[in-house]
Ligand binder design. Structure first.
Ligand code: NAP
Length: 288
């Protein structure tokens, strides 16, 4: 592309950011739409996220993605926060508006669009959600928003599971999330579940482990969705497949959270055909 006096800039703030695949997604989309736009990573020192957001606005930046550890830290620097992001208490996308940035959370709509594209339903589903960190918390809100019938939230630290369950149940005004300790999984009722793996166990380079490794647990799963995409087949996915379940990694979630951010920044709709083309590039880059 030709960078000239009209080129708009988007980017990612986080720490670290050097590993990011987001520039590939956004620069590929800019090329496909013939938008005069570049997307670059901005490493930001810890504690400086609010200064970075203010500076970005003054520099006429069109939009930002926000990653670890700033997803909640930037909130006071925004002029507005979208309702879902407000509930989750974390943003990953900032959109330039008059007077400042508006915050969104495209991680969860991204996961939802990825699940839909794989034919995985949430409405009416009984879900096992592994983890109670930032990602799991957002997945629990997604389950509430999309009509899951029940969510068993299993976490190593049961007090965190309790806190997430209480918050989601209160905000969604349903008794939907049932917290449990990981080790209590044998107490899950009989049946087949959709399991969403939202812990960091199994993430590269610690690829030899899954958060639960007993075969009996995996017999309860018809579909396993791992938020991790590196490696492309996690131990969790292998264990699901060994018990004849379907298993998916999180790269499509990454793709769609980026696509939704791009749509917000540029007021366009990315077709499924274009999404698939960008996904092929992403898979190649991720070595899948
Ligand atoms: P986080 O806030 O740090 O939470 C980590 C979770 O993993 C907690 O529930 C923690 O349990 C659990 N955990 C860590 N080590 C464990 C161990 N040895 N045994 C049992 N449980 C353990 O992280 P996060 O932001 O939620 O991210 C979670 C995962 O989702 C990461 O792997 C990340 O890469 C992935 N993710 C993917 C996407 C995507 O676009 N595909 C987007 C966001 C996140 P405790 O509470 O007991 O510590």
């Amino acid at each position: 592309m030709v960078i000239d006096g009209h080129t708009r800039t988007c980017g990612l703030i986080g720490n670290p950011v050097a590993h990011t695949l987001s520039p590939l997604i956004h620069n590929a989309l800019a090329e496909k739409f013939s938008h005069n736009l570049v997307y670059v990573p901005f490493p930001v020192e810890k504690g400086q996220a609010l200064t970075a957001v203010k500076g970005a606005y003054e520099l006429n930046i069109l939009g930002l993605n926000v990653t670890v550890p700033f997803k909640s830290e930037v909130l006071p620097g925004l002029v507005e926060t979208d309702e879902l992001a407000e509930q989750i208490g974390a943003v990953n996308t900032l959109v330039r508006t008059r007077g400042g940035f508006k915050g969104y959370n495209t991680d969860m709509p991204g996961l939802y669009r990825a699940m839909v594209s794989e034919g995985i339903a949430l409405a009416g589903e009984e879900v096992i959600l592994l983890g109670a960190g930032g990602a799991a918390r957002a997945v629990a809100f997604l389950c509430a928003a999309k009509g899951a019938s029940r969510v068993y939230l299993l976490n190593r630290s049961v007090e965190k599971a309790n806190a997430v369950a209480e918050e989601v149940n209160e905000k969604s005004r349903k008794k939907l999330v049932f917290p449990m300790a990981l080790s209590d999984y044998p107490e899950l009722p009989d049946g087949k579940f959709l399991a969403i793996q939202a812990t960091s166990v199994g993430l590269y380079p610690d690829t030899e482990h899954a958060v639960i490794e007993e075969e009996a647990f995996y017999r309860k799963i018809h579909t396993g969705y791992d938020l991790i995409y590196k490696p492309s087949e996690t131990k969790f996915m292998k264990l699901v497949k060994e018990q004849r379940g379907k298993a998916y990694h999180g790269l499509k979630m990454l793709l769609y959270q980026g696509i939704i951010a791009y749509e917000l920044w540029n007021e366009v709709k990315v077709s499924e055909e274009t999404a698939q083309e960008v996904y092929e590039l992403l898979k190649e880059k991720a070595g899948i």
